[in-house]
Write a protein that binds this ligand. Structure first.
Ligand code: ADP
Ligand code: ASP
Ligand code: MG
Length: 405
């Protein structure tokens, strides 16, 4: 019998009525003849609430205890969905990460899945039981609960689909697919029938929260067919697939934005070999991802200002590490700005076409939007701008690249 993984996000399991709706959707696939593994998120808002609790008690809290707390939302929904399924006559059992087990790295708070033992799951599925798996969590080398980073249930789902060799991984959410940009920003956004793994990977890593970046990475490596679709309407979704399955490839396929950025500037750092290593080495050792970087050398060439961005959730830790290393770095002043956003234009067509960057800079200039930092790769261009201009920038770029509906 073919296997199917169905993942339901926070809004899809936000209350009991919606959990009943999910149970009915699962039953429908079981009746169609699928062996089904379901992955669930916590009820909408629950994880945010618990993250805030940990932060309030201590900004630099112990990440192991953070995981113990924030993983609990998924335990609730996995049990509730199993009950709802049993209530409508579908055999079901809930599974926490450690019970399967879903093994992960030891990086608490954003652990990576290293191995899933599918033996027991396969046995239960073969017995006709639906497995309801708590997303977002696993077990680390220290035998403690880990979590996979915000939005991590998508990754749980794709990893389970790969381990089970499922026919498809359906990601049910509160939008009916992947759009050219966040449909909450502009009603002119268009739904894509298909998107290439590589483009989806860029979109996700640049802020399109519809799929967690790691889930796309895993799907690409293991060739898992991922479909994004609505839990509330019966509409065809978006298939994430190979580039060659897409007939009409656009020059620019989408615009993404992220408000989860923070900018840090180290003023007057001595301009000598080894200074970048002195700054970014300790940050990397602390598990902090540095994204965009610019360096401005002073006129006399003796000093440099180093500006870079980190995720807002990691901002406090980053500052703590920089301040601890002031001796080795030797900066004179530290400036910070959390009021920034990153806006990006994405498309595999950029590999072969010039002028994409020019359109972006011109469009932003016409709107009077100042660009603070720029970064590029083969298939994307990103700029850092003032946070309050995000919507204006996204809408203007969406129009400029001919993506409007
Ligand atoms: P879930 O709780 O189901 O995991 P998320 O909130 O994580 O849902 O992801 C869905 C949201 O992603 C949508 O509500 C939408 O606002 C946002 N989003 C951002 N960019 C895009 C995009 N390009 N296409 C579709 N949705 C997007
Ligand atoms: N509940 C977790 C979060 O809010 C994981 C997820 O929903 O994917 O980040
Ligand atoms: Mg999500």
């Amino acid at each position: 019998m073919p296997k199917l993984v169905m993942k339901f996000g926070g809004t899809s399991v936000a209350d009991l009525e919606r959990i009943r709706n999910v149970a009915n959707k699962v039953k429908r696939e079981v009746d169609r003849g699928y062996q089904v593994a379901v992955v669930v998120s916590a009820m909408a808002g629950e994880t945010n609430k618990m993250v805030a609790w940990a932060r309030e008690l201590s900004p630099l809290h112990d990440a192991r205890e953070y995981d113990t707390v924030v993983s609990s939302g998924e335990q609730v929904t996995s049990g509730l969905l199993a009950i709802a399924l049993q209530h409508i006559g579908v055999q079901a059992r809930s599974w926490l990460g450690w019970q399967i087990p879903i093994r992960t790295s030891g990086l608490h708070g954003s652990a990576a899945i290293t191995e899933i033992d599918a033996k027991v799951l396969n046995e239960r599925l073969a017995q006709g039981q639906v497995a309801v798996i708590a997303g977002f969590q696993g077990i680390g080398p220290d035998n403690r609960i880990t979590t996979l980073g915000r939005g991590g249930s998508d990754t749980s789902a794709v990893a389970v689909a790969a381990a089970l060799k499922a026919e498809r991984c359906d990601i049910y959410t509160d939008v009916d697919g992947v759009y050219t940009t966040d449909p909450r920003i502009t009603p002119k956004a268009q739904k894509l029938d298909k998107i290439a793994y590589e483009e989806m990977l860029e979109m996700a890593s640049l802020g399109a929260k519809v799929l967690q970046t790691r889930s796309v990475e895993l799907a690409m490596i293991h060739r898992v067919r991922v479909q994004v679709l609505s839990s509330f309407e019966d509409l065809p979704g978006t298939l994430v697939c190979d580039e060659d399955e897409i007939v009409e490839q656009q020059l620019v396929s989408g615009i993404a934005y992220s408000r989860d950025e923070a900018k840090i500037t180290l003023v007057k750092v001595p301009d000598k070999p080894g200074v970048a290593a002195a700054i970014f080495g300790p940050l990397a050792d602390g598990g902090i991802n540095v994204d965009m970087i610019v360096q401005n050398v002073s006129e006399d060439g003796k000093f440099t200002d180093m500006t870079f961005t980190v995720g807002r959730a990691e901002f406090e830790r980053a500052i703590h590490i920089i301040e601890r290393n002031i001796g080795a770095i030797g900066y004179q002043k530290l400036l910070t700005d959390k009021n920034v956003a990153k806006v990006s234009v994405i498309g595999v067509g950029m590999r072969t076409h010039a002028g994409v960057a020019q359109t972006m800079f011109k469009t932003l200039a016409e709107k009077g939007i100042n660009i603070q930092v720029i970064s590029t790769s083969e298939i994307k261009i990103s700029v850092l701008i003032a946070a309050e201009l995000t919507d204006t920038a996204v809408r203007a770029l969406h129009t400029a690249y001919g993506l409007d509906k």
